[in-house]
Design a protein around this ligand. Structure first.
Ligand code: ZN
Length: 170
């Protein structure tokens, strides 16, 4: 086993030894969902005040609303969530490249067949050059979507990876 796999086993033993949340229901108790970045420096539960069982947390590169849409629809239509909190963050990797740059890296590392597959399965890496603007645009994307009901409250935020603070944008 790798060190990472060993870590999972050790953490599981410790976590389950005192685990007492096995009674929680499947639908989130506070009926909301959070979309945020997969960045390893973000601890959504602690930074955004989410207790176990409270909310769905959908993570992807950049905290992209478009990338999260499949999960958002499942969360809202099948599991009754009514509010969306979208959080991007300072120092995001998605601020550092453009789509064509990432395609070039894939081509160089994985070859031509991979690039063809990429164009079918990942037509856009959804990078963004302006953080606050990207938050506004993603909130707008969700508000305009027919897949998100009109009465769903949607807010957009920026988490600061240096201070740990979360600031509302929209
Ligand atoms: Zn990020």
């Amino acid at each position: 086993m790798s060190a990472i796999q060993n870590n999972v086993e050790a953490a599981s033993a410790e976590y389950s030894a005192s685990f007492d949340k096995g009674h929680l229901a499947l639908p989130p108790a506070k009926k909301y969902l959070v979309v945020t970045c997969m960045d390893a420096r973000i601890d959504p539960a602690r930074a955004f005040g989410i207790e176990l069982g409270d909310a769905h947390v959908i993570r992807n590169a950049g905290g992209s609303a478009a990338d999260a849409l499949r999960s958002i629809v499942i969360s809202q239509q099948l599991l009754a969530t009514k509010e969306i909190v979208l959080v991007k963050h300072t120092g995001c990797g998605m601020l550092t490249f453009e789509h064509k740059d990432a395609v070039a890296v894939v081509k160089n590392n994985l070859g031509e067949k991979a690039v063809t597959e990429l164009s079918e399965k990942v037509p856009n890496f959804l990078a963004f050059p302006d953080l606050d603007k990207a938050v506004v645009e993603d909130v707008d994307y969700l508000k305009k979507s027919n897949l998100v009901p009109e009465d769903v409250a949607i807010s957009g935020w920026v988490y600061d990876v240096e201070s740990g603070k979360t600031r509302r944008v929209v």
